[in-house]
Design a protein around this ligand. Structure first.
Ligand code: TYM
Length: 331
């Protein structure tokens, strides 16, 4: 490999890839891929902290990988693969579990959230999930992790674990940095703009899937919850409008101020239509590419098989180094 820095990131195959995932993560992966050696994984090991239907999960995993490519990720230049195809993730996760404190994991807000949502299944995997995420990142000596803001706490924990391990054994892991976009780092639900747009929201009007067709996108924005003061401005208390302005700004690569100026004096109806049209145009090529890829399953298989092979090679190198440091007998 050349001397480019390394990016690692992933999306859990649950629900469907939303506009939030796209603006918070995927769009930035696409923009950064020229300048980095990138490793993008469909993190299927993570997804079973919540019960999954096996047939659905298999389909969804394939679909997510195809959506990465449809968004413009180059599957030949980069490493694109399924996490479960590289066993080093689970192995390193075990090791790092022994260098992570219960107290640290109990403070994770996502664990608190998810355990209250799935009170009947608070499994140990849900609790140690951030350790697996740390393993994903640290296995590849990653420099940069492009994610939305909700992953910031997990990323900080990853750095703490890496520093702790390095403190005992010397320089084993590179300490990664997050890449969180200015706009789009936290896209909110269209139905409840005080909570995050979530891919497993039971209310389909709350999120946009990146594969939604134009009419669906138009309808969902039309129904988006706003407020009654009628002014297109970005300020506290205007969560719905703030969200639409951030979405528009993230897509058009302009500042919030520029977006506010662009819509000055317009009514909410026209504003929503314009945001919807911007989203439709952004996602149109994604849907088209996805349909094309769906007809080429052999090519997809080649991408993820080759991806796992290359990921395995890199991950085993790190794992070998760790085994030596820990004092395990050479194989
Ligand atoms: P996940 O699958 O929940 O989300 C995937 C990516 O999308 C971002 N995101 C959002 N960004 C903006 N607005 C939103 N409403 C929104 N919702 C989600 C997330 O921040 C994330 O970047 N634990 C991770 C997956 C993971 C991972 C990793 C990420 C596992 N290992 C290693 C990076 C590196 C997760 O559950 O993301």
């Amino acid at each position: 490999m050349d001397d480019k820095k390394i990016i690692f990131s992933g999306i859990q195959p649950t629900g469907c890839i939303t506009l939030g995932n796209y603006l918070g993560a995927l769009k930035n992966w696409v923009n950064l891929q020229k300048d980095y050696n990138c490793i993008f994984s469909v993190v299927d090991l993570h997804s079973i902290t919540v019960r999954q239907d096996p047939t659905e999960l298999r389909k969804r995993c394939m679909s997510f990988l195809m959506q990465y490519l449809a968004c413009g990720i180059d599957g030949e230049e980069n490493i694109v693969y399924f996490q479960s195809h590289v066993s080093a993730h689970a192995e390193l996760s075990w090791i790092l579990n022994c260098y992570t404190y219960m107290g640290e994991l109990s403070r994770m807000t996502q664990f608190k959230d998810k355990s209250s949502k799935h009170a009947d299944n608070i499994n140990a995997g849900l609790f140690t999930y951030p350790v697996l995420m740390a393993a994903d990142i640290l296995l590849y000596q990653t420099d940069l992790v492009p994610v939305g803001i909700d992953q910031k706490q997990h990323l900080e924990l990853c750095c703490d674990i890496a520093k702790r391990f390095n403190g005992v054994y010397g320089d084993v892991f590179k300490i990664p940095q997050g890449y969180i976009p200015k706009e789009g780092a936290r896209v909110m639900s269209l139905q409840d703009p005080t909570s995050k747009m979530s891919k497993s929201d039971p209310n389909v009007n709350g999120f946009i899937s990146i594969l939604d067709d134009a009419d669906t996108i138009r309808r969902k924005f039309k129904r988006a919850v706003t407020d009654s003061d009628g002014e297109i401005a970005y300020r506290e208390g205007k969560d719905g409008i703030n969200n639409l302005l951030s979405i528009y700004s993230a897509i058009t690569n302009q500042t919030i101020d520029e977006s506010v100026n662009e819509f000055a004096g317009l009514g909410y109806g026209v504003f929503k239509e314009r945001v919807a049209e911007a989203v439709i145009e952004e996602l149109r090529p994604v849907r088209e590419k996805y349909d094309e890829l769906s007809k080429n399953k052999d090519y997809i298989k080649q991408i993820y098989t080759e991806g796992a092979k290359r990921a395995n090679y890199l991950a085993s190198k790190t794992l070998r180094k760790i085994h030596r440091k820990l004092g395990y007998v050479d194989r």
